[in-house]
Structure formats: C-alpha cells, structure tokens
Design a protein around this ligand. Sequence first.
Ligand code: IPE
Ligand code: MG
Length: 211
Amino acid sequence: MDGNGRWAKRRNLPRTAGHTEGEENLAALVRVAVTRNVGWLTVFGFSTENWVRPRTEVRHILGLHKQLFGRVAELNELNVRIEWMGRPFDSPEARTPKYVQKAIRKALHDTRNNTGMVFTVAFDYGSRAELVHAAEEARRAGETISEASINQHLYVPSLPQVDVLVRTSGELRISNFMLWQIAGARAYFTDTAWPEFGAAELDAALALVTP
Ligand code: IPE
Ligand code: MG
C-alpha cells in the first residue's frame, strides 16, 4: 500500500494524514473485495524496514493498525476472517509493541469463525525474515528442506499462492513482500496512490486473473 506520503504531500498535508486516509481506504476496499468474491486479500501494512522512519510517523502508523485490527464488528458483518503475518511476537527481532499485539490477538480470535474472505495484514513483516524463519522451523522439526516443508512453516501456511500482486503509486519494483508466494503471479502496477486505489482499480487488477 504505497504512496500515502506522496498523496498527503500533494495536498499540503502531513504524511500522517496520508496514512489515515490509507487506512480508511483499506477498510473500504475490504468491503469491495468481498463483493467481488475475493478469497484472500493480503496487504503490506508495515515492514521490518519501516521502523527507521521518524518516531512520530511510526507511532501514528501503529495507532492505525490498532484501529484496523479493532474493526471486528465490520469484519464480522462481512464474514471476513482477519489474519496477521510478521515476525513472531516471541522472536528476539520482533518489534510489534504490546498494545498492537493485543489488538492483533483479539481480532484474530474474534473473527476466527468467519468463513468468507481471509484478510491478512502483514505487520512487522519481511519476506526474507519469513523464509529464514520457515527454514529454521523446518530444521528444528528435523524435516528435510523441501518446497513442501518451507510452505508448511510460512507465517500463515494456509495462504495459497498469490494470483495477482498489486503495487501502487508508480513504483515499478518488487519489495520484500511474499517473495516465495508470488512466483508466477500476475502483476498490476498503477500510478494511483494507495489512498485513491478504489473499486475500479481493484477490478482492473482482478481482470488479470479472471477470464
Ligand atoms: C505507504 O505509504 C505506507 C507505509 C509504507 C507504512 P508511504 O509512507 O510509503 O508513502 P510514500 O511512498 O512516501 O508516498
Ligand atoms: Mg513508500
């Protein structure tokens, strides 16, 4: 979900206003995705690399994630099950503060019985860290390293391979996001900044994978 800062800058607003708008857009887009029968929607909320941003910006983004994971009533109304992926809270490198952990745990618990779309938020997530973690877990379990064993030890093993990868805000590059899972995926690149990524753009991205 790239381009929040640039969206705000164009409007002479602080970057934080762009993140707020981005969170609201995400809530709206979840609703649209449900109407389009999307099975799995996975978003990159905050990366292992994002912690170096100015402290006030990081704090603002943390608050928005607490808010996002707090949208349990909406998610239940939509029959959406929320998931999280990122560095496990008990790992030495993990950075997710306690109050966000709490919101994440509660949201996963309170939406666990929903049978519709699975909405996964990557927070304190990095794909390389995920792959190292998966390999370590496989080794600890005494498994021979194989594609199947790596798959089984990804943060959310039940997620299928990615059908379509979306990158917003004119960035024509791949980030540290689901590198293992995007092999063979279609890619949808758009100049639209994340806060303005709406139904029409989602439909254009989905058109790449639906005949
Ligand atoms: C995406 O917007 C939000 C996060 C990465 C947390 P950016 O903050 O990357 O916005 P730009 O790239 O500066 O426009
Ligand atoms: Mg950016």
